[in-house]
Design a protein around this ligand. Structure first.
Ligand code: ZN
Length: 149
């Protein structure tokens, strides 16, 4: 019998070893930088949004396995989504990794459920959410770089 936790760990290790959507996107409609000083994770996120749809997402950065895998899985989840769907994902993911008793929407979160265990490691929560905070900054066009502090 395969433990679901093992599957999730494999998914994170795989996305850390082979990050999806790694690279720059030029031109792009939205861009933001994120930094998690607690761990040293850095990230630049690029989005091409047309109308209401996220057509493409790419990122460059360096960070720990959790932050790299989280960014990689986020980019795969966002492609083709509407901005409203991206907001829903952001809220669901944030609740998944921060709430004591998350109402995890597995149908919505899909592979992002791999990060459910992160809430037991408070120091890693910022690694897992950096990509999402950077996404928020990019979509809301904040000028200053994002820091999780
Ligand atoms: Zn980290």
């Amino acid at each position: 019998m395969t433990d679901i936790a093992d599957l999730y760990q494999e998914l994170i290790l795989d996305h850390n070893a082979r990050p999806r959507n790694n690279g720059t996107l030029t031109p792009c409609s939205h861009q933001a930088e994120g930094y998690n000083p607690l761990c040293g994770d850095t990230l630049t996120l690029y989005l091409q949004v047309e109308g209401d749809i996220i057509r493409d997402v790419k990122f460059v950065g360096s960070g720990c396995a959790i932050s790299t895998a989280s960014t990689s899985l986020m980019t795969t989840a966002l492609k083709g989504k509407t901005l409203a769907q991206a907001e829903s994902l952001y809220r669901a993911f944030h609740e998944l990794v921060t709430s004591e008793s998350p109402r995890a929407d597995e149908a919505l979160l899909g592979k992002l459920m791999a990060f459910a265990g992160v809430r037991e490691f408070p120091s890693r929560v910022k690694c897992a959410t950096l990509a999402w905070h950077t996404l928020e900054a990019a979509l809301h066009a904040r000028k200053e770089p994002v820091s999780t502090e």
